[in-house]
Design a binder for this molecule. Structure first.
Ligand SMILES: [Fe+2]
Length: 326
């Protein structure tokens, strides 16, 4: 159940109208890295997480709720930035509060041009935010990623928070309005916070690598192919221990074409660089699938189900009465 509070989560203000910036800001309203995408992503992911991971369900739903609050802040800011250019502009630009304030024609033309950059503002919504990105592209359901495996989804969320953070960072360069700066800085900071929360939740699920259940084939996990000739760069992604367990390392394939031939299409080769054997993988697969299956079974414990447990009003009244008596 959602409940609307009229006050915004953050005291958003603007120092004056700025339709050009309002257009850019639409990206965080209806764009691929925007607040609606984040809200819908965490909301959708939460359903299957509820029974096996009730603690992470709360995190996902709470974050979705906060993202909706941010969507509201962005929408309110866009509306304030468009103020003075709303309905009045369609009739007579001369009469708007804004043009009176500006006084001069060059400035006025600039403002009109600014609004024209995002014509949807005028012809579709008369100054309110539209559910599009800054180019007028409609919001898409496929911005939302959810795969029903929490380790996969949380990684996706960490990426989403990173992208949202960097978009706010870019946006900050396109406005000098100190009030708008305060709001954007708040929104940007919350992406950092959510990044940390999702990271902590991911680390709380063990093991969380590789994502989901099945382990990789040890013949291939540690191979790093050189696809760019003798000058190919080396680093922890293809050299030494890298991210692998102690005693393991990358196996660098300097000449991939001949290597593929020699191994008959990579089939005839032993596991390399890793301490894991095929039977370790089979055992781990069984272990993990049993663990996850138990989690799911717990989630569907009977054929008759109820999502919520409500307080019994009779019990509530009787306890109220009895506490009144005291
Ligand atoms: Fe966020």
């Amino acid at each position: 159940m959602f409940y609307h509070v009229k006050n915004l989560q953050f005291d958003a203000r603007v120092s004056g109208p700025d339709p050009k910036f309002a257009t850019l800001l639409l990206d965080q309203f209806g764009g691929p890295n925007g607040e609606l995408k984040a809200a819908m992503q965490y909301f959708v992911q939460a359903f299957v997480a509820r029974k096996p991971y009730p603690d992470k369900y709360d995190l996902l739903m709470d974050t979705a709720t906060e993202e909706l609050s941010h969507l509201e802040i962005v929408g309110a800011t866009i509306t304030m930035l468009m103020d003075g250019l709303n309905g009045e502009m369609k009739n007579a630009v001369e009469n708007t509060y804004l043009t009176q304030l500006m006084g001069d024609n060059a400035k006025k033309d600039e403002i009109i041009h600014g609004a024209a950059v995002g014509p949807g503002f005028l012809v579709e919504s008369a100054g309110g935010p539209t559910m599009t990105d800054s180019n007028g592209f409609p919001w898409q359901g496929y911005y939302v990623t959810a795969n029903s495996d929490l380790t996969v989804d949380l990684r996706s969320n960490i990426a989403a928070e990173s992208r949202a953070k960097v978009v706010y960072e870019y946006l900050l360069q396109f406005t000098d309005d100190p009030d708008v700066h305060r709001t954007l800085r708040f929104l940007m900071t919350r992406e950092i916070t959510h990044f940390q929360q999702f990271t902590a939740a991911l680390n709380d699920i063990q093991p969380n690598f590789p994502p989901a259940i099945r382990q990789g084939d040890p013949r291939y996990t540690h191979l790093a192919f050189n696809y760019s000739g003798p000058d190919s760069q080396r680093g922890p992604w293809n050299k030494g221990q890298g991210p692998w367990d102690k005693g393991e390392e990358w196996v660098y394939v300097e000449e991939p074409i001949s290597y593929v031939d020699e191994t008959q299409g990579l089939v005839e080769q032993p596991a390399q660089g890793t301490t894991k054997k095929q039977n370790d993988v089979t055992r781990k697969n069984k272990e993990l699938s049993k663990k996850r299956s138990e989690e799911i079974k717990k989630a569907v414990e009977s054929s008759k189900m109820q999502w919520s447990q409500y307080d019994d009003p009779n019990q509530k009244n009787s306890s109220t009465k009895s506490s009144n008596k005291k």
